[in-house]
Design a protein around this ligand. Structure first.
Ligand SMILES: NC(=O)CC[C@H](N)C(=O)O
Length: 361
């Protein structure tokens, strides 16, 4: 079935539909990862976005039971060059087409994704619609120009109630702003006694759980749209060791008095080099973000930049000068992508242990 991808700048692409035949609007972003489409389509940080993949062949290993990053995806659409309807892999359970039909997500194939990516790089991320082939482009463009994109994505994706993921190790409160399962897997692997909590949790409620540490998860949207989270972080900063990833990193920066800004087209892919300033060590990292912490805004805070992106020099890691707290813009849990930065979870646990010892003395 023919379908269209229409962008707010007036570009119209004609392609073949797969998945749901629903019409969807979203912010069109590109991801340069060569594998890992299942983790990408199920990462809640893409809530409200239409993702195009620059790797040209998508779907060849299907969808399996084990690689999801959330139970139900929040992505608004998938745009690919060549779609494979006959996946071949021993773990394969569904084709993307079958899976997207179940989850009511539209996909479009046969698109020149290289051209689309160049448009996004020139223009910046822009609004787009996946719609039927007989939709009138002018009407769709007018609608795109009128439509305000969602700003309550964290509320949409965060858990509504707290739940435990018990272990015998350190008690970690994991705030779910749109948490990827990869973060939970890493903490489980290290035997943490985890309580996953909603984004609305207050500082008092966090402290009542008597945690040894707090983790701020990744999540969708603009960090400035989650003021309750910024307040909570201000209330616990310095009281318990803190580790934040991606949106968690941005929220930590805002709570510490720094600023964030929207990037032109963001970082989304599995091979972003990041340098640790204290050692000069470079990690290849998995990334997915459209906002960044403004480097100059750090000067007036108690924060220190620990990591920078080698591609564009943007802030990739922060630590507090006095409180036990550090955060990264990239994804040490990978899923998908390289595991170079996985040791940051161990650093978090070492920080918890050091903090406990200090408490005893
Ligand atoms: N993966 C994330 O947590 C993304 C953070 C934020 N939504 C951004 O786009 O920058």
């Amino acid at each position: 079935m023919k379908r269209q991808l229409i962008l707010e700048d007036g570009t119209v692409f004609l392609g073949e539909g797969f998945g749901s035949d629903k019409e969807n609007i979203g912010e069109v972003v590109f991801n340069t990862g060569m594998t890992g489409y299942q983790e990408i389509l199920s990462d809640p940080s893409y809530c409200g976005q239409i993702v195009t993949l620059t790797y040209p062949l998508i779907g060849n290993y299907g969808i399996n039971r084990d690689d999801f990053e959330t139970i139900s995806p929040f992505i608004h659409g998938f745009v690919v060059k060549e779609y494979c309807d006959y996946p071949s892999n021993w773990r394969n359970e569904y084709s993307i087409d079958e899976y997207f039909k179940m989850k009511n997500i539209p996909g479009i194939s046969g698109i020149d994704t290289r051209k689309l990516t160049r448009i996004i790089r020139m223009y910046g991320t822009l609004k787009g619609a996946i719609c039927s082939a007989d939709a009138n482009p002018e009407e769709v463009i007018a609608k795109l120009n009128k439509t305000e994109l969602q700003t309550n994505q964290v509320e949409t994706v965060s858990t509504k109630t707290a739940y435990p993921s018990p272990g015998r190790g350190h008690r970690v409160v994991l705030v779910d702003y749109g948490m990827k399962h990869g973060i939970l897997r890493e903490l489980n692997k290290r035997n943490c006694d985890i309580v996953v909590v909603p984004h609305t949790i207050t500082a008092e409620e966090v402290l009542q759980l008597k945690p040894d540490g707090i983790m701020l998860s990744n999540g969708p949207g603009d960090p400035k749209d989650v003021p309750e989270a910024i307040e909570m972080i201000k209330g616990i900063l310095g009281k318990i060791p803190l580790f934040g990833i991606c949106l968690g990193h941005q929220l930590f920066a805002l709570a510490s008095g720094a600023n964030t800004e929207k990037m032109k087209f963001g970082h989304r892919g599995s091979n972003h080099p990041v340098k640790e300033l204290s050692t000069g060590k470079v990690d290849i990292t998995s990334q997915n973000h459209g906002y960044t912490v403004t480097a100059e805004s750090i000067n007036h805070t108690d924060l220190e930049i620990t990591h920078v992106a080698l591609n564009d020099g943007t802030v990739e890691g922060l630590k507090h000068k006095t409180a036990p707290a550090f955060t990264v813009q990239y994804h040490p849990e990978a899923s998908p992508g390289p595991e170079d930065a996985n040791g940051l979870f161990d650093q978090f646990l070492e920080m918890i242990e050091a903090n406990k010892k200090e408490g005893v003395l």
